[in-house]
Design a binder for this molecule. Structure first.
Ligand SMILES: Cc1cc2nc3c(=O)[nH]c(=O)nc-3n(C[C@H](O)[C@H](O)[C@H](O)COP(=O)(O)OP(=O)(O)OC[C@H]3O[C@@H](n4cnc5c(N)ncnc54)[C@H](O)[C@@H]3O)c2cc1C
Length: 403
């Protein structure tokens, strides 16, 4: 029940309340109508009425607004591309399941795309209680504008409390559009998600001020509470094939045909996806000293079946492309092996690689912070250590070939 009351019997239909509403929560349908999903009890309508016909329960606070108090459920927007569910969806489901264990709210996955059936079983096994499928051949191009429009309509209808989206290139676009249309907050690139013990609000935790401190952000007055999380930051949900869930088809025919954007072509850069998917990364920093030395990284990567990554300083020096950059403003990685060559280990870099299973650091400064993260450290000059390592590995490869 909305605590805002309008005495419609005496209303002169002047529309002043609708014009005064800061959140477009009042519209005129002959008489004023309150859209509860937008009303935040801001009270701006009360003073606007020339006849003083609008009142609000005195004890009501903003958090009693129906858009907050009636919101229920944790939603995960599935990232569906090339016929597959992207791993970040399962990582978000792992987080959603954990949040749900605290708040006892149901976890739903929103699956929007063309020919996206066939994944329901694995999504339920990963923790979804409910899957909404919005399917149409018009959605094959995954246009952000169209996906957001569908999501906004669904949020308006079902009022979720929390909405989690992967912070991939696609997810960043969709989440920002959706949050702005819904007039709600969005915390991008969260590294932790928790539920506040007393208020039960979502605590959206992310590095701030260049990664020097962790900020905890709350969305007290708007719903859904939206957060995006980069791929590989959260641990994927453990599959439990005994789990059962519900599936609801959501009709989007009325939304998908009037699109303003047409995708003419799509080009995937060859080097782009490789660092996040690689299980071995050989990363070079400013300590590589020159572009010529970077070939040592490629040589070592070849021998170990890995890819080359970079610190921002190496990218800014023009030695390696931005697509290779690991860090706060680059990619987040979680390989089995990360060899940091001539990288000092500033927090903006380590925040995105410290979860690697094994880290080896090579640096000529024994006090370089990277050694605090390393499982193995080699103190020495890159131009001596890397050729020696390469020679050793080449020797091994030759011996293996001979055997
Ligand atoms: C908002 C913001 C976002 C940022 N985002 C990122 C990001 O996404 N990724 C990122 O990496 N950085 C990022 N940075 C930059 C970050 O703070 C560091 O400046 C950067 O990571 C340093 O790169 P580096 O370690 O290669 O260079 P340096 O800090 O210059 O370190 C070079 C290291 O190489 C060692 N060295 C030198 N010569 C040799 C040699 N011959 N042999 C062996 N070792 C040698 C040195 O001892 C030193 O430890 C960001 C900064 C800000 C403010």
């Amino acid at each position: 029940m909305n605590p805002v009351k309008i005495q419609l019997a005496d209303c002169i239909q002047c529309g002043e309340c609708a014009s005064a509403c800061l959140y477009n929560a009042i519209y005129m349908d002959e008489y004023p109508v309150i859209d509860q999903s937008h009303c935040l009890l801001c009270k701006s309508c009360i003073n606007s009425c020339p006849l003083g016909l609008i009142s609000i329960e005195e004890t009501a606070t903003n958090e009693d607004a129906p858009c907050c108090s009636e919101a229920q459920g944790i939603w995960v927007l599935a990232e569906f591309r090339d016929g597959l569910i992207a791993p970040v969806t399962y990582e978000l489901l792992g987080a959603a399941r954990r949040l749900s264990d605290i708040s006892s709210e149901e976890v739903s996955v929103i699956l929007i795309g063309a020919s996206c059936k066939g994944h329901e079983e694995s999504l339920i096994a990963a923790g979804a209680n409910h899957i909404y499928i919005a399917e149409s051949s018009y959605l094959a191009d995954r246009l952000e504008e169209m996906i957001s429009e569908i999501l906004v309509e669904m949020v308006g209808k079902f009022r979720p409390n929390i909405l989690l989206i992967g912070a991939s290139h696609w997810g960043r676009g969709v989440s920002a559009r959706t949050a702005s249309i819904l007039h709600t907050g969005l915390t991008a690139d969260c590294t932790q998600l928790e539920i506040a013990p007393s208020s039960k609000r979502l605590l959206q935790i992310r590095p701030a001020f260049g990664g020097n401190l962790l900020a905890t952000i709350e969305t007290p007055l708007h719903r859904p509470q939206m957060a995006s999380v980069r791929p590989r930051v959260m641990t994927p949900a453990k599959l439990d094939h005994e789990r059962v869930g519900r599936i609801t088809k959501y009709d989007v025919r009325h939304l998908v045909t009037n699109n303003r954007v047409e995708l003419l072509a799509e080009e995937v850069m060859a080097s782009c996806s490789s660092v996040t998917d690689a299980s071995v990364l050989i990363a070079g920093g400013k300590g590589m000293q020159s572009k010529e030395n970077v070939r040592l990284l490629y040589k070592l990567a070849d021998l170990l079946g890995g890819k080359v990554a970079a610190s921002r300083a190496a990218v800014e020096a023009g030695w390696l492309p931005y697509e290779c950059q690991v860090g706060q403003t680059g990619q987040t990685v979680k390989p089995l092996l990360y060899i940091a060559c001539g990288i000092s280990g500033q927090v903006q870099h380590t925040v995105a690689m410290s979860e690697a299973q094994t880290i080896i650091a090579i640096n000529n400064d024994p006090y370089a912070p990277i050694f605090q993260y390393a499982d193995y450290g080699i103190i020495g000059n890159i131009s001596e250590i890397l050729p020696a390592l390469i020679q050793e590995l080449q020797g091994k490869a030759e011996i293996t070939e001979l055997c």
